[in-house]
Design a protein. Structure first.
Length: 368
């Protein structure tokens, strides 16, 4: 695991701005879905964004595509140590931040006390496991989430696993072999959809393996799209592709969910990634796409403390529909603003600092 002599290998490659924007749209869909999930938990057919959870599958597919684009040519030169350090610097600061504010939110929740009945050592163990990305589905009050203080971390856990698989195995596979792997992965995904009647699982202890199967297929699909050069030139632009993506989240909830959801994940999301990579972005929407891309990960990793508070408020206070509407609208805006502040004053400065120190260390070592 040697360090690279060429520090240029540490620089990020040019972004696909439309894909960045679509990632932001998906993150917003997750936030709205989590609000609405509390209200229509017993009847998803009334939830206008009942399939918002499929945004996670889109994230996985997009991750596979971007991973191949960013590292297929660089990883062999930079080495495993540098690769994993790069991924930790990119991902883990927000894992830490989300865990800390989630822990604080658990302790000071004004509407309920989910920490009641847990000893200080037990609460500290929950925090430590969240900080280290170790699943610990022990809180019954929180549905046995894999990560009780920051529920969205379940998908980050599988993202870390995807990074390991990519670095040790997938990057070494030929196109021919890589194109075969999605077929058994697709069969497993179909089995999950059929047996559970949906693809909603993965976040809890009881559905742990569902998350791994969802990640594996979509991540592979993204890899295959990039390595096969399946980038479709088009003029749909950011607006057209945003509407296509949103359609997957707001399609009706019905008795054949497992079929429609599986088809979306198997074919529709890889198609959108292919179209997004090949579409033309007008200058008018570039800043919007950059903004949405920048806040997508901070928004995803920091919003759930507010969702827990909202859920406990909803179940204990029985607010009116009008009140709920304003709370969801203003709450979503507040979460976007908060995620921007986190990005601006915590995540970006910290990652820049860590990358600078790493580069300086590398330059010193290469002079020896």
């Amino acid at each position: 695991m040697s360090l690279p002599k060429d520090t240029s290998l540490l620089q990020s490659k040019t972004h696909f701005h439309i894909l960045d924007g679509l990632r932001g749209i998906a993150a917003l869909a997750v936030v709205v879905f989590h609000y609405m999930e509390w209200i229509y938990y017993s009847d998803f057919s009334k939830n206008f964004i009942a399939h918002g959870f499929l945004a996670v599958d889109f994230f996985f597919c997009l991750s596979g595509f971007v991973m191949a684009y960013a590292y297929d040519n660089r990883l062999p030169k930079m080495g495993l140590t540098t690769f994993f350090t790069s991924r930790l610097i990119r991902l883990h600061p927000l894992v830490i931040f989300g865990s800390v504010i989630g822990f604080i939110g658990l302790l000071i929740d004004p509407f309920t006390n989910h920490a009641e009945g847990y000893s200080i050592p037990a609460l500290l163990l929950i925090l430590i496991c969240s900080l280290l990305m170790i699943p610990l589905p022990t809180m019954e009050e929180r549905g046995f989430n894999l990560f009780s203080i920051n529920a969205p971390s379940w998908s980050l856990f599988w993202e870390y696993i995807a990074n390991l698989l990519y670095a040790f195995i997938l990057i070494r596979l030929s196109k021919k072999v890589l194109r075969i792997l999605p077929f058994p992965a697709a069969a497993a995904l179909i089995w999950v959809g059929y047996s559970s009647e949906n693809l909603l699982g993965g976040w809890s202890g009881g559905t742990f393996t569902d998350g791994g199967i969802r990640m594996f297929y979509s991540f592979l699909a993204g890899l295959v799209v990039y390595r096969s050069g399946w980038i479709i030139k088009n003029k749909l632009g950011f607006i057209g592709l945003s509407l296509m993506l949103t359609a997957a989240f707001i399609m009706p909830w019905g008795p054949l969910n497992w079929i429609t959801q599986t088809l979306v994940v198997l074919f529709y999301f890889p198609l959108i990634v292919s179209l997004g990579a090949g579409s033309v972005l007008s200058s008018t929407f570039k800043k919007i796409c950059v903004f949405l891309g920048n806040i997508s990960y901070p928004l995803y990793m920091t919003h759930y403390v507010g969702i827990w508070w909202f859920g406990n408020y909803y179940t204990t206070q029985n607010p009116s529909t009008e009140t709920l509407t304003w709370i969801i609208i203003l709450g979503t805006i507040a979460m976007v603003l908060f995620s921007w502040l986190v990005m601006k004053f915590y995540d970006t400065p910290l990652r820049n600092y860590l990358n600078k120190k790493r580069k300086e260390r590398l330059e010193i070592m290469n002079k020896k």
